[in-house]
Design a protein around this ligand. Sequence first.
Ligand SMILES: *[C@@H]1O[C@H](CO)[C@@H](O)[C@H](O)[C@H]1NC(C)=O
Ligand SMILES: *[C@@H]1O[C@H](CO)[C@@H](O)[C@H](O)[C@H]1NC(C)=O
Length: 387
Amino acid sequence: MKFTSLFALFASAQAQEWSNVYPNAADFLFGVATDATNANVMHSTGGVNGVGGVVVYTLDGGQTFNGTKLPSALGLSMGIASDGDDIFTVGFPSSAYSHDRGATFSETPPSPTTNPLLSQAAASDSGAFYVTGMLLGGRNGVSRSTDGGETFESFVIDKDSISTIARYGSFVGDTWYVTGGTWPADEDVNKDKSERMLTKRFTAEGHYKPQMKRGDGDDDGADSTFVAEIAKSTDGGKTWSNVFEDVGNFYFNGIDCLDSMTCVAVGESDADSPDPGSRVWSTTDGGQTWVENFKTSDPQESLFTAKFVSKDEIWAVGGNVSNRQFLGRVWSSTDWAEKGEDSSWADVGGIDNAWLTDIGMAGEDGDAFAVALTIQSTASVFKYTAA
Ligand SMILES: *[C@@H]1O[C@H](CO)[C@@H](O)[C@H](O)[C@H]1NC(C)=O
Ligand SMILES: *[C@@H]1O[C@H](CO)[C@@H](O)[C@H](O)[C@H]1NC(C)=O
């Protein structure tokens, strides 16, 4: 794919709720940042083969898109967050910021003690950017910037709180939640060790393998089983505690918190797990108790992230990803808090040939932008227009 195609213009004329507003926007897109106060703005980050990290964005509700190549230190970019004119994107092994809504990016200057080193997750809260992942020295942590992504301060997460890899975070004032987890290594995918796995089925280079072989039960390494963890801090990252741990069944991806007590996290596992499938877990008491609101038993079901659409409604997004076809999932529930394990979920996605990697709510009327991988190894931008 030529980078010039990022500058192509597309009209979003379709009337259905989900429309593909930018087909084949890049080779892969992984993160979405939207603006709660302006439904027209969406930034997404990912990569184009032969070009490197890119940000694809619209300022007019998806009618036209521009693309910006990221500084070459960002081989690839996985996570993105926005705060008005400030955009921050994090990749491997660097990050970049923009103060002009994505038109130009500068690399965040490397710093041995504070910068995020490896991350696939950026978030924003009250004027700060947060990055979850690995800090220099290999420790898990969160980095926070209060100057639009130019400099960071880091907060280590101790091994007792997350024993595997810190993955995604959600931040509400001084209350921070971080998901962690790991999965058994797959020989086929990990043959080329230079590829970093973002999930069990997806590498940082944009390669994926929807369905893995069935496991033979061999335990042959430290990371040879599934682990799902959640850590919480109530003092702005100074101290942490573990509030969720499951060994053997799945790992967590994204987490979203409505307030300091109420969070939803999504997890998944493939056929190597004794209990495969996608799942949604939530808490309404600050992580003291967690409820599994939703579970599929299909190893082809994947969930990347969840979002509060409103105080009552959760969306969990991903896809049913067989080797032959993808079906983009947006599982929705409004009775999850009231019904717990018996809550009802409807698929308001059902988007053909899409494996949704991230979603962001745009504005206050229920519109959303999502990005998806296709079976042809390209990535597209979708828009949801609330009825
Ligand atoms: C895209 O870039 C062009 C040229 O820099 C600019 O004129 C236009 O306003 C931009 N459009 C958006 C949606 O940012
Ligand atoms: C996922 O897709 C496969 C292949 O189309 C299908 O057989 C399976 O039933 C789907 N799973 C669910 C939970 O819908």
